[in-house]
Ligand binder design. Structure first.
Ligand code: PHE
Length: 447
């Protein structure tokens, strides 16, 4: 395709992919899932899923994107012209749209809390007061919408600047900062008196807490956290040149994301235990529990500012990847200028995001299948759209594409050959392992 954008360097690609993966999923979702699912046992299942299921899906999305050099709809038109596959792109566009619609609301909360941290709003408060502060913050009508808009405008501006000058440039700038901050907060947390219990919770498995639901939660989290199943990897990899290492980049992205999640756990759990708070606090963990802890420890108000700034950066480097999926689709499939594509998708997301935000307050009684709109989008994406999207990607690569083409991509045309045994394993995991296990967990979960 003429004049298509591309990333500037291999490192830039890695940072952009890691930026997409590392997000609220690591800092907000992972800790409370670990907390409610029995600690280390959940982490072990999660790691197994990343290794056995998420990676083959990531390779598959990467292969489809890079080989076609097109958006999530166009990709299948290039690789399987005239077949039904040409329609599956809508799953990915829908997935990205569903996620960004509630993600931008939480993104708004992070800016709001960053502001609260700067203005020392957490001082002298107890957990009850902080709980109230959180519920007032999210249930209000206008304020959360304002912050959501700021978040979305920032997202749109980065995407507007382009793949190389926007996405790559800003993620390269922001990710190192993010990493430094999380390490700093983690070091402070593990040196708190009584932190040992938190470490034990994170690293000593208690399998008695594991239920069937733990597996579904772990699977959904693996998809959500690695940004797979909604076309972000497919879209980013369509801007990647033929010489880059598909397997290497995928493994590095997964490692970066996992290491980040563990460090985030280290930043949060020891402090939670040190202050005798229940780790199964749920989604409010980072917005209620942490501000309380920050208010109690030396240098806490400074850490609070850093922490919420970090949460914001983590969120925005992810939201740009979701917006890019939709923008690339509109841009290429409807021959719409990039600017117009961004304005249009921005407008749609603002409407959906507004509904998600209001569903925390005035629209709380409006239910879809028993969930408010926010929870509906969350569950629809993590439990259905992402697994289905991932499933279709591995089926396509394993069963529709020729093995020779798949191997050509996996080895980048022979540049990164790997051993025969490794290639066989990867192909087996794409063709059989990932689709079968994902299908079983998905069907069990839906029943
Ligand atoms: N992986 C991101 C996170 O952990 C969320 C995300 C999901 C981003 C899907 C893009 C696509 O927060």
């Amino acid at each position: 395709m003429a004049n298509r954008e591309s990333f500037g360097s291999g490192f830039g690609i890695l940072v952009a992919m890691a930026g997409s993966a590392v997000g609220l999923g690591n800092l907000w979702r992972f800790p409370y899932l670990v907390g409610t699912n029995g600690g280390a046992a959940f982490i072990i299942i999660y790691l197994a899923f990343v290794l056995l299921l998420a990676l083959p899906i990531m390779y598959s999305e990467f292969i489809v994107g890079r080989r076609s050099q097109a958006n999530v709809f166009g990709a299948f038109k290039v690789l399987a012209p005239g077949t039904k596959w040409c329609n599956i792109g809508f799953i990915y566009v829908l997935g990205s749209l569903a996620i960004i619609s509630f993600y931008c609301v939480v993104g708004g909360w992070t800016i709001n809390y960053f502001w609260k941290a700067i203005t020392f709003k957490f001082a002298v408060a107890d957990t009850a007061a902080l709980g109230n502060m959180f519920s007032q913050t999210v249930t209000a009508n206008y304020e959360p919408l304002g912050f959501m808009l700021i978040f979305l405008v920032a997202t749109a501006l980065i995407v507007m600047a382009g793949v190389k000058d926007g996405i790559e440039r800003y993620t390269k700038l922001m990710m190192p900062v993010l990493f430094l901050i999380v390490v700093l907060v983690a070091v402070r947390a593990v040196t708190l008196p009584g932190a040992g219990a938190g470490l034990e919770f994170l690293f000593k498995p208690d399998f008695s807490k594991v239920t069937a639901n733990t597996f579904l939660d772990a699977l959904g989290q693996a998809f959500f956290s690695l940004s797979i199943g909604c076309g972000t990897v497919m879209t980013y990899s369509s801007y990647v040149s033929k010489k880059e290492n598909v397997v290497g980049l995928s493994v590095e992205t997964a490692m970066a994301d996992t290491i980040f999640a563990i460090i985030a756990g280290l930043a949060i759990m020891p402090a939670v235990f040190s202050f005798g708070i229940s780790p199964s606090e749920g989604p409010g963990l980072v917005f209620v529990t942490l501000p309380y802890i920050f208010a109690q420890i030396p240098m806490g108000s400074f850490l609070a500012i850093l922490f919420f700034f970090m949460l914001f950066i983590a969120a925005i480097t992810s939201s740009i990847s979701m917006l890019e999926v939709i923008v690339a689709y509109l841009n290429e499939e409807f021959k719409m200028g990039r600017k117009l594509a961004i304005i249009l998708s921005f407008a749609v997301v603002v409407v959906l995001g507004t509904m998600c935000s209001l569903s925390q307050g005035v629209m709380a009684d409006f239910k879809i299948f028993g969930n408010n709109i926010f929870d509906f989008f969350d569950k629809l994406s993590a439990n259905i759209l992402l697994p289905v999207g991932g499933f279709l990607a591995v089926i396509f690569v394993g069963w529709k594409m020729k093995r020779a083409d798949v191997e050509d991509e996996l080895t980048s045309g022979g540049v990164h050959p790997f051993t025969r045994a490794f290639r066989n394993y990867v192909y087996f995991s794409i063709k059989y392992l990932a689709p079968i296990v994902v299908a079983i967990i998905l069907i069990r979960g839906l029943i």
